[in-house]
Design a protein around this ligand. Structure first.
Ligand SMILES: [Zn+2]
Length: 190
């Protein structure tokens, strides 16, 4: 997980809420803004899923409400709260799709928590270790994710700190490399 520093609420969202104070994310009126919102979030997250830190594209991602949009029968009143929305990958078995409406705010480590990165470490076999509730809820030790992280670790293992910094930690066109969480963690432990 990487800490996501939220930008100011985008102007279009502020304007929408002013114009339609009673409408929520699910409303017909908001439908046309969903992709606009997603584009903002992907940019904010430098092209990575909020939870697994895999690469996301506009087509293969969705707007993910940290506090679920449908915690019960009704739409949450935070459905258009910018500080409650991130972009998640669309993998069916992990991240936002796995989390669905299950969420315990007391237990969940959110990528918006300033110290969230300190709650997880990574093993050479690609396993993520740390807050069990969050890892299980998002299924962050899914086979594919473990493999992807393992392959990043393998690329880094014989490199020195400076090389990693130069070739793996620079943003390219405003994007981080996939699994930047692992890269950053590895670099920090050197
Ligand atoms: Zn993901």
């Amino acid at each position: 997980m990487l800490h996501i520093l939220k930008n100011e609420e985008p102007q279009f969202l502020t304007d929408f809420k002013k114009k339609h104070p009673k409408k929520d994310y699910d409303s017909e009126e908001f439908a046309q803004y969903r992709p606009v919102l997603k584009a903002e979030l992907i940019k904010e997250q430098k092209g990575l899923c909020a939870y697994c830190c895999g690469r996301i594209t506009h087509e293969k991602s969705h707007n993910e409400h940290i506090e679920p949009r449908h915690p019960g029968k009704y739409v949450s009143n935070r459905s258009l709260d910018y500080t409650n929305i991130v972009a998640s990958c669309n993998t069916s078995e992990t991240c936002g799709n796995k989390k669905e409406n299950h969420y315990d705010p007391e237990k969940f480590v959110s990528p918006l928590d300033e110290n969230c990165e300190e709650k997880f470490t990574y093993y050479a076999n690609g396993e993520i270790v740390g807050d069990k509730y969050t890892i299980d809820l998002l299924n962050l030790n899914a086979y594919e994710l473990k493999n992807a992280r393992k392959s990043v670790m393998r690329q880094l293992q014989y490199l020195d700190k400076e090389t990693i910094e130069t070739y793996y930690m620079n943003e390219e066109n405003g994007e981080y490399q996939a699994y930047y969480n692992v890269i950053k963690w590895f670099w920090k432990t050197m």
